[in-house]
Write a protein that binds this ligand. Sequence first.
Ligand SMILES: C[S@@+](CC[C@H](N)C(=O)[O-])C[C@H]1O[C@@H](n2cnc3c(N)ncnc32)[C@H](O)[C@@H]1O
Length: 296
Amino acid sequence: MPSPACPAPAGITNALLTAVRGAPRAARQVVVTASATAVMGHSSRPPAGTPRAARSLPSSTPGPICGFPVPTVTVTARQLWGQERAITGNRQTSWTFADAFVAEDEALLWARDQAHAAGLRPVSPGTGAVLRMLCATLDAKAVAEIGTGTGVSGIHLLGGMRPDGVLTTVDTEPDCQQFAREAFRAAGFAANRARFIPGRALDVLPRLADGGYDLVFCDGDRMEGLEYLAESLRLLRPGGLVCFEGVLADGRTVESGPQPVEVVRLRELVRAVRESPELIPSLVPVGDGLLCGVRR
Ligand SMILES: C[S@@+](CC[C@H](N)C(=O)[O-])C[C@H]1O[C@@H](n2cnc3c(N)ncnc32)[C@H](O)[C@@H]1O
């Protein structure tokens, strides 16, 4: 039986569609909040035709956000002031709708149940869908995963990879990997599609081949993100992708004020990926934040 935390995609989808379609027109209008404007950067001169209210937004250069330097601007004022639907009026509903957009099958729901029973936090359905899409886009043949868990992310990764692709997945807990093995079988993947390696990521990764991977997915110890990044840069082929799950830490990464060391480490990781000359970065706002970088 799916746990209450698991989505019932069709029901949710219908309810959300109704909610979105039935929302009052005003609620559906684009809202550019002050904080979003500060993070994205903006110009002091809105384009002609911009409504009066929108022109009253502050025009000074934004300062650092929670210790992050101001982005080296890639977003122009036109993109924020124009017709783009960057942020919708009912953002939470939109976010929930997007995360449940792709339905999960029985094998995934079973693996998700095992994760919850074990006290683990698997990737959200939306994050899984993005990982699946990225693997398909890369035509991935070799993927490395840190943090097997009970196999939720692994099923998504395998689902997007080539039919002969192999997932190498590392976890300190062999018991979890046993659940993942069963979940992969239930999802229809042959046993030779996955290589399970028990152990600490930082002990195992140095044994994996340089440039041998299309994608590295990091979902292990959040204190070790920078070390995973260094290893990933070595493991990835040019054009390969590194992805880090959960970098928004339930919003704490971008909140001001003192944060636990785990969050401080995540901020360092976010900054390192954004500023690495070896990566083309993106922070995908799905699940709890999926930080990605393409290896140049
Ligand atoms: C959030 S769970 C992974 C969930 C999984 N990716 C999924 O979506 O189903 C984190 C996993 O990382 C493992 N882990 C924690 N520290 C680790 C380390 N240093 N090396 C390898 N695995 C680690 C834990 O045992 C746990 O299974």
